[in-house]
Design a protein around this ligand. Structure first.
Ligand code: URP
Ligand code: ZN
Ligand code: ZN
Ligand code: ZN
Length: 454
């Protein structure tokens, strides 16, 4: 059915105007004032509301075997939660075990998503080892439209790679013209500091941050930047959490290194005192890089407002309370991760735009447009233009509510943002022209999502 969205305030990364939008089939067919609709068109009144391009989460974990357990979402739960929160596309980190050939990982990860996601999705191809099979599979998958790799400099003995593999991945990426995304923490320093703290009897979740302090991430960031520079590749630092690491990344950018910066919603809003709560209450807030001292949040917000931080993701990675309790008595065994895929847009809008200094255009750019541009989805995704996919978020800035696990759609039993107020929410969300969310409820086709080849 065609849709006519009337009188909304349309916000893109570079425009802000009031108009009507006509959607026919999967794409936007007309934009203008006083549009008339063909017979049978559904008319939606968007007066007093924003119309944003569908938001893109460039960093999520849905299926992740990690630290002796599995992240808890399925594509069914994650995609519906994403849509309710205004995210219409996500990019999952495909992270095979080091013992698993990349081709097998690809088949497993895509098989779990196919027909199960309500929104569109694609993958960063995780490289966790290097051999002929890995290289051949990367070449083949890039030829099939995958446009980004992922490496972990952290997680020694699990996903982590050494400098030899890092160099090879970046060299191949440069040849193929794809971006390499990287988790930047020095793995050796983390392992040594963990050992030292445990030997001193420091076992609670409050020791997670001291086991990977700001300097560990700053080193990882500078280290990655140097490899990006020497190979001439294009890099993307994921979940950058603190001012020292930011300075390392910006210093590289000033030298002309092609480096992009992502920060994730927990680091903008939560500080390390949350993880200092005793026992499992603190464990709920354990992620890597860790939640930091509060002053870092100011640096992240300022850099975001100025466009120095490119994108805002979630690093959505849900473990429930029982899984978090696996680290009772040893913080190195707490599964790392915080769920947020449903809440990113509302939190960024509320604490960035409504209550902070983030402009509407930077909000849209950092939560949608920039990821589309960097990862080969633009202008199909990430903007509102004739011919673009009709992934639209009609956003109600007059809604008032709060976040709670009891009303969340993510497959988890706690929220890291329990009780946080929100100053708006998506009223209607469309996926390629079909209404998926109305009044905060999922009403769409649970299997509509497609794997995006770019
Ligand atoms: O703590 C985190 N971030 N868990 C997910 C894996 C990763 O490093 O992104
Ligand atoms: Zn990571
Ligand atoms: Zn180094
Ligand atoms: Zn992650």
């Amino acid at each position: 059915m065609a849709l006519l969205i009337q009188n909304g305030r349309i916000i893109t990364a570079d425009a802000d105007y009031t108009a009507d939008l006509l959607v026919e089939g999967e794409t936007i067919s007309r934009i203008g004032e006083g549009l008339t609709a063909p017979e049978g068109t559904r008319v939606i009144d968007a007066s007093g509301k924003y119309v944003f391009p569908g938001f893109i989460d460039p960093h999520v974990h849905v299926y992740l075997p990690f630290m002796g357990t599995f992240a808890k979402d399925t594509h069914t739960t994650a995609s519906q939660a994403a849509l309710i929160g205004g995210t219409t596309t996500y990019i999952e980190m495909l992270a095979p075990a080091q013992s698993e050939p990349l081709r097998e990982g690809w088949e497993k990860w895509t098989g779990l998503a196919e027909g199960k996601s309500a929104c569109d999705y694609t993958f960063h191809l995780g490289v966790t080892r290097w051999d002929d099979e890995t290289e051949a599979t990367l070449r083949d998958l890039v030829a099939q439209g995958m446009k980004s790799f992922k490496v972990f400099l952290a997680y020694k003995g699990a996903f982590g790679i050494d400098d030899d593999v890092l160099y090879r991945v970046l060299t191949l990426a440069r040849e193929l013209g794809v971006v390499v995304t990287a988790h930047c923490e020095n793995a050796e320093l983390v392992a040594q500091l963990q050992r030292r703290l445990l030997a001193e009897g420091k076992t609670g979740p409050e020791w997670h941050e001291p086991s990977r302090p700001e300097g560990v991430e700053a080193e990882g960031t500078a280290h990655f930047a140097a490899f990006v520079e020497m190979t001439g590749a294009e890099g993307y630092v994921v979940h950058l959490s603190n001012e020292r690491a930011l300075e390392a990344a910006l210093e590289a950018k000033r030298r002309g290194v092609r480096l992009h910066i992502e920060s994730v919603i927990p680091h903008f809003l939560l500080d390390k005192t949350y993880a200092e709560r005793p026992g499992v209450e603190g464990a709920k807030y354990v992620m890597s890089p860790p939640l930091r001292e509060k002053h870092n949040q100011h640096a992240l917000w300022t850099a975001l407002e100025q466009g120095l931080i490119d994108t805002v993701g979630t690093d959505h990675c849900p473990f429930d309370v029982a899984q978090k309790a696996m680290g009772e008595g040893d913080f190195t065994k707490i599964p790392n991760g915080i769920p947020a895929i449903e809440d990113r847009v509302n939190l960024l809008y509320t604490y960035g735009v409504s209550r902070g200094g983030l402009s509407l255009s930077r909000f849209v750019e950092s939560a949608s447009t920039k990821a589309a541009r960097l990862f080969g989805l633009f202008p199909r995704k990430g903007t509102i233009a004739v011919g673009s996919d009709a992934d639209l978020v009609i956003y109600d800035p007059n809604y008032r509510g709060h976040i709670s696990a009891s009303t969340s759609h993510m497959n988890n039993d706690y929220s890291a943002f329990e009780g946080w107020e929100i100053d708006g929410r998506p009223d209607v969300v469309t996926v390629r022209g079909e209404v998926a969310v109305e009044g905060g409820r999922f009403v769409g086709d649970p299997g509509r999502g497609q794997l995006l080849r770019r």
